[in-house]
Design a protein around this ligand. Structure first.
Ligand SMILES: Nc1ncnc2c1ncn2[C@@H]1O[C@H](COP(=O)(O)OP(=O)(O)OP(=O)(O)O)[C@@H](O)[C@H]1O
Length: 284
């Protein structure tokens, strides 16, 4: 079953357009949503949540159309945009008392067990929470109202490596039962190498690729060779850099002809992002 199925989302802001954005997330998995600043990640997430009016497109969550079942589906979604700063002077307990009234299936036992698991003290004020604790508080809220789909916009940014690792472990443990699915956007590609099952890559409002992580990585090759070898592959490269040792360039695996005999390796997600972004600039 699909936790999330989005088809042909279009939104025109004039200077920026989401163009036929489509991708699917299977229930019980983690999808990382990557793309450069301004690529359209937040706009896509807001479209999924019906927070902005789309020009066209269809969003289905857990098999139901968001347009027709928004109130019902919002009970099953936990969404966080990094920050609950309006309530900074309230204590956790007081804020939870307000939030929980919105949810039909609120489970106090689950809430207290997540507070304990995430080492959150109800008597702390929101202002006193670290960035990592705020993310965990958001998760505790989402999980206590029975959210089956977590949509998180840059949940790990601003966290130190230990707090990030801790959160990624929590993400992995949450999807283990097969009931919960997570879509999260990030710039920190190493987080995805560690924890994502699927990767969706957006660039300039268009989905470049959405695939199983291994397939995603395998669909690109990073070539390195002597500058004299560059001419035979130049046209096929997404982009390349030249330095005193030769050149390094990214190519789609389907475009690589083994007869070229140029050294090829699997690129990291970061290299895929960097070289893909470079194609919009002039070649060096
Ligand atoms: N309400 C709005 N009105 C007009 N343009 C908007 C609006 N919201 C976002 N945009 C534009 O849409 C584009 C994509 O922004 P978006 O926030 O979706 O990118 P992003 O991939 O989340 O970027 P970042 O990684 O920097 O958060 C940007 O050019 C932005 O200026």
């Amino acid at each position: 079953m699909l936790a999330l199925d989005i088809q042909n989302l279009n939104k025109n802001y004039g200077h920026f357009q989401l163009k036929n954005v489509s991708f699917q997330l299977e229930k019980g998995y983690i999808m990382g949503f990557i793309g450069a600043n301004g690529a359209g990640k937040t706009t896509t997430i807001k479209s999924i949540m019906n927070m902005i009016q789309l020009d066209s497109g269809d969003v289905r969550i857990l098999g139901k159309r968001m347009a027709e079942h928004e109130l019902e589906l919002k009970q099953e979604i936990g969404c966080a945009f990094g920050g609950i700063d309006f309530y900074t002077r309230s204590k956790i307990g007081k804020l939870t008392g307000v939030i929980k009234r919105f949810y039909k299936h609120w489970d106090d036992d689950a809430y207290y067990s997540y507070l304990k698991r995430f080492k959150l003290d109800e008597n702390k004020k929101i202002a006193e929470l670290s960035t990592g604790m705020r993310v965990k508080y958001n998760l505790a809220i989402a999980l206590s109202h029975g959210a089956k789909l977590l949509i998180l916009d840059e949940p790990t940014s601003g966290l130190d490596p230990v707090a990030r690792d801790d959160l990624l472990d929590i993400f992995r443990s949450l999807v283990t039962g097969g009931e919960i699915s997570i879509l999260f956007s990030t710039h920190i590609t190493s987080d995805l190498e560690k924890c994502a099952d699927y990767i969706t890559f957006i660039e300039n409002g268009q989905i470049i690729k959405s695939a199983d992580k291994e397939d995603f990585m395998a669909s690109y090759r990073l070539l390195s060779g002597k500058e004299s070898e560059l001419d035979q592959v130049k046209e096929k490269l997404i982009s390349y850099k030249v330095n005193s040792f030769g050149f390094t360039g990214l190519i789609r695996a389907v475009d690589l002809n083994p007869a070229f005999g140029i050294r090829a390796a699997t690129p990291s997600l970061e290299e895929i992002m960097v070289y893909s972004a470079k194609k919009e600039e002039s070649y060096v």
